[in-house]
Design a protein around this ligand. Structure first.
Ligand code: HEM
Length: 342
């Protein structure tokens, strides 16, 4: 069912080891700072009622799960290519808040302040209707079996594959939370003007597809360093084009592709554009020019030259991200409807 097309490479290059280390460290630090004492870690998290994730989790209980996900995705992405990007991002925004537990899908209710209203998510995060459709089909085929958290992980992988990116063997068995964290969503998801550390920026390799709103890159065009001047690292032609999409005042919801070379194709053009001063967000740009950018600069160049290396690393990073503090075993529940707990 889940035939991997990305083979585990026998020898990890030192680059990949470093990257994995940095990503892991970043995620662990961020999460444990945000949730002291909550035992955030990798994998099932230990404890008497938790188990690890594994790719064959639905082999007997719902063998058609991935096929159902893919058939809904194929239609939705054919209708609107951006859906792929939105679903990839949804999994990221889920995993960075309380772990990959579908907390991002919960609507407001008496017990839940929805993460959909956090600063990074409001007017921005999308794809919920597609998740609802997948869930409805799965409930018909295998009632209360496939969790919404696993649907997010399957949808992120499927979207990547349909957009031309890598496939990977996806560990499954996550369960759904009965809580959400608006505060966590506000605090744990990095903002677009992160000038900072490699740690954060290193993990930003989802920006080969999708778009960003003017409000997320306006500062670069008009007042990057509080001096009413544009970001000097921006390519001049690119800068002029962006100004027409994103005026000094107003137009906040106008959108521009994160990778204008191939906005709907998952490839390594994003890295080439960064090399040419055409990365859209500050946090893309600093991968090349940031103060602490030694390692990331090498990576940008390596991935711009070698798409296979990028695909392999992306697949590994997605598995790692998908492994952030899942609820497993008897923890949480399998929601019947992804927007509310049972
Ligand atoms: C770690 C630092 C990151 C920062 C600062 C960041 C920032 C952003 C921002 C500001 C946007 C535009 C949002 C809007 O206009 O409303 C965006 C879009 C997007 N991000 Fe990230 N991101 C990061 C990491 C990631 C990761 C790890 C992934 C995937 C695994 C990802 C995938 C995407 C995608 C696919 C879009 C386009 C979504 C769409 O078109 O609907 N990002 N990101």
């Amino acid at each position: 069912m889940l035939a991997p097309t990305v083979k585990e490479s026998r020898i990890m290059t030192s680059l990949e080891v470093t990257l994995s280390f940095v990503v892991t460290t970043f995620l662990s630090i961020t999460l444990s700072l945000a949730h002291p004492g909550s035992g955030f870690g990798w994998g099932g998290g230990g404890g008497p009622f938790s188990f690890g994730l594994f790719p064959e989790f639905y082999q007997f209980s719902c063998p058609q799960a991935n096929d159902i996900v893919m058939s809904v995705l194929e239609k939705a992405i054919a209708k609107e290519p951006r859906t792929a990007a939105s679903l990839l991002r949804l999994h990221f925004h889920d995993c960075f808040v309380q772990g990959c537990d579908a907390s991002v899908l919960l609507d407001n209710n008496a017990a839940v302040a929805s993460e959909k209203n956090s600063l990074p998510n409001r007017n921005s995060i999308r794809g919920f209707e597609v998740i609802d459709e997948i869930k409805a089909k799965l409930e018909e085929a295998c009632p209360q079996t496939v969790s919404c958290a696993d649907i997010l992980a399957l949808a992120a992988r499927g979207s990547t594959v349909i957009s031309g990116g890598p496939n990977w063997e996806l560990p499954l068995g996550r369960r759904d939370s009965r809580t959400a964290s608006l505060t966590g969503s506000n605090n744990n998801i990095p903002p677009p003007n992160s000038t900072i550390q490699n740690l954060i920026t290193l993990f930003k390799r989802g920006h080969t597809i999708g778009v960003a709103r003017c409000v997320t890159f306006k500062q670069r065009l008009y007042n990057q360093n509080g001096n009413n001047r544009p970001d000097e690292t921006l390519d001049k032609m690119y800068y002029s084009g962006l100004k027409s999409v994103c005026p000094r005042s107003g137009g906040d919801n106008n959108i521009s592709p994160l990778d204008f070379g191939s906005p709907a194709t998952f490839d390594n053009t994003y890295f080439k554009l960064i090399l040419w001063g055409k990365g859209l967000l500050t946090s893309d740009e600093v991968l090349l020019t940031g103060n602490a950018a030694g390692k990331t600069r090498q990576l940008v160049k390596a991935y711009a030259e070698d798409e296979v290396a990028f695909f392999n690393q992306f697949a590994k990073s997605m598995v790692k991200m998908g492994n952030i503090s899942p609820l497993t075993g008897f923890q949480g529940e399998v929601r019947k409807h992804c927007r509310r707990f049972n």
